[in-house]
Ligand binder design. Structure first.
Ligand code: MG
Length: 350
């Protein structure tokens, strides 16, 4: 029997991880002078001090409360460049359009991309447009790639980390955490996935929740100027659960998360309860999880709280040798292991 690729293998969890490791990485072993190579499976690669990332977007529905596939494609790539310590310079946009797709909707989406690129101050400078026969794909997909240079504040940030502990990375990688570091989440989680689901055919529940789509490059440079950040990652596909497990695996360190401190809006929690899904596994598009040296945690939190994208920021955990993997702890003392999601509770949201 021929093996076939399943939807779950594209969901950002454990199964996708296996697909990438077993079927992709082994054919791309030669990485030239890449300082952060493909095999790091980080948010972006780094080669000759250029930060480089790419992302394809296959959202259903294309337009939803708080955004659309266009604003998502722009922010998704900007954020992946920004969270490794890059200052995003420019983007590419590749469109694949199904024959018969509405020109009006196409224009609405492209306009939204332009608007978001202007807002983030990262121009779209190259692109490609293809149209495929009806039925070859569902409506419309966008690929964006982004390049960035080393963020001007990155040296200062690293200096600040080194004042408090050993640190030998030049970038904010998933593998940089060490025992004692503090985990900070920049705001509410779960909004993007729930906003999308509420608009999806067949779900149609009432909610006022909007997607959190936002470009994080401005926030990241403010945070780097404060300093003390060792790792940063945007909790997109697979949600916070996936992000913290990536941190733990790649840094070889246990993470203890304070369950009650994780900011989950009431509307997200009740929608999750109704749908039987875990808000920690839902993708977000305007959030960052930071690993910060503990001496700088309060200062970094203060910078977040002052920024419009960090109002609900919170300290959510710590790196420790007292647990292995990721453990959630409640204030009354209950503990449970938080695993990487296997697939995606809400498919096709990014
Ligand atoms: Mg990312």
């Amino acid at each position: 029997m021929t093996k076939k690729i399943t939807l779950a293998q594209g969901a950002g969890g454990e199964l996708m991880d296996q697909l990438i490791k077993q079927n992709i990485l082994r054919f791309f072993k030669k990485q030239g002078t890449a300082e952060v190579p493909l095999t790091a499976l980080d948010d972006a690669a780094v080669i000759d001090d250029i930060v480089f990332s790419t992302d394809s977007h296959t959202v259903q529905p294309l337009i939803f409360p708080g955004g659309d596939i266009g604003s998502l494609a722009v922010c998704g790539t900007i954020n992946d460049v920004a969270v490794v310590g890059g200052a995003p310079l420019a983007l590419s946009a590749g469109f694949i359009i199904e024959e018969g797709f509405s020109l009006d909707i196409f224009q609405t989406i492209v306009k939204s991309m332009g608007h978001m690129a202007n807002k983030a101050n990262v121009p779209i400078v190259t692109g490609d447009t293809k149209v495929v026969e009806k039925g070859a794909l569902q409506q419309f997909m966008i690929n964006t790639s982004g390049i960035g240079k080393r963020s001007p504040a990155l040296e200062k940030n690293i200096k600040e980390v080194k004042r408090h502990r050993k640190f030998n990375s030049r970038w904010l990688l998933d593998s940089n955490l060490t025992v004692g570091d503090t985990l900070i989440l920049s705001g509410n989680i779960g909004e993007h996935g729930i906003a999308l689901l509420s608009f999806r055919e067949g779900y149609g529940f009432e909610t006022t929740i909007h997607s959190d789509i936002a470009p994080l490059n401005g926030l990241m440079s403010a945070l780097l100027a404060e300093g003390g950040i060792a790792s940063a990652k945007d909790p997109t596909r697979g949600g916070l659960a996936n992000t913290v497990n990536e941190f733990s695996e790649k840094s070889h360190v246990g993470l203890l998360l304070y369950e009650d401190a994780i900011p989950i809006p009431k509307g997200v929690q009740s929608a999750c309860d109704m749908l039987g899904i875990d808000p920690l596994e839902i993708g977000n598009e305007g959030k960052v999880v930071l690993g910060v040296v503990k001496e700088k945690a309060d200062d970094v939190l203060a910078v977040l709280k002052k920024h419009p994208l960090g109002k609900h920021a919170a300290i959510i955990g710590e790196a420790t040798d007292k647990v292995s993997g990721v453990v959630l702890q409640t204030t009354v003392g209950g503990k449970r292991i938080l695993r990487k999601p296997l697939g995606d509770p809400v498919p096709r949201i990014c």
